[in-house]
Ligand binder design. Structure first.
Ligand code: TZP
Ligand code: MG
Length: 215
């Protein structure tokens, strides 16, 4: 399995952009393009439906050695055989998510990966204190993928990297045309949702993003 430490490009298979029937094709394309982590995000869907989506894509991410992260439902991690869960500021705590994602049923030997969304340096610091394995930091730019969440801009990227030691994935409105500005502001790792999912050639778009990220 690819390690979080070496991860640069984090992709999200978001059912807000991916038709249900296309899920396997899109996840396969993202893995082919070289995403280092892949999250399943299905806002508004029932838990049972998310479990089904997860079980459909888990063989694909596993074959590609890409860690599969489940958004919002840590208790589905063992059922699906995923590698971890992602929690937002309004979700359950990191430690609760970690407990729910415990691997009793999955047969995995690695402990689950628990990520946290953060929108400020204070939240980023708190998330690491709380034991998050990685954080999302953003949205850097306003984005329709996360409506109602104001942009935080690029100014704090350097400082958050200086103060936080877990992997930091900058997120929100990132695409090929603004990536250089994000990198110049100090980003080392990124999450990209809509730009990848709306690309005509997903593997190629992922490769382009990765080729511009510092190693
Ligand atoms: N959290 C902060 S911004 C965001 C999430 C889930 C969405 C990012 O999506 P996009 O389409 O890459 O702007
Ligand atoms: Mg959430």
């Amino acid at each position: 399995m690819k390690s979080l430490e070496h991860a640069r490009l984090y992709g999200i298979a978001d059912l807000g952009y991916v038709p249900e029937a296309d899920l396997e094709r899109v996840v396969d394309a993202m893995c082919t393009g070289g995403v280092d982590v892949l999250q399943l995000r299905a806002k508004g869907y029932a838990e049972s439906q998310i479990e089904e989506f997860g079980c459909r894509i888990e063989p694909i991410t596993r074959a590609a050695a890409v860690p599969l992260i489940i958004n919002d439902f840590p208790e589905l991690v063992p059922t699906i055989g995923a590698q971890g869960a992602h929690t937002g500021q309004d979700d359950r705590s990191v430690s609760d998510a970690r407990w729910r994602a415990g691997r009793a049923l999955s047969g995995e030997v690695e402990p689950p990966i628990i990520g946290r969304s953060t929108h400020s340096i204070v939240q980023a610091f708190q998330a690491t204190e709380d034991g998050a394995d990685y954080i999302g930091f953003g949205p850097l730019f306003a984005t329709p993928t996360k409506p109602g969440r104001p942009a935080i801009g690029l100014a704090d990227i350097c400082e958050v990297h200086a103060r936080v030691s877990v992997p930091i994935f900058c997120i929100g409105g990132i695409h090929l045309d603004n990536l250089q500005a994000v990198i110049d502001a100090g980003a080392q790792r990124i999450v990209v949702v809509s730009a990848i999912l709306q690309a005509r050639d997903i593997p190629r778009y992922c490769r382009e993003l990765k080729s511009r990220l510092p190693l």
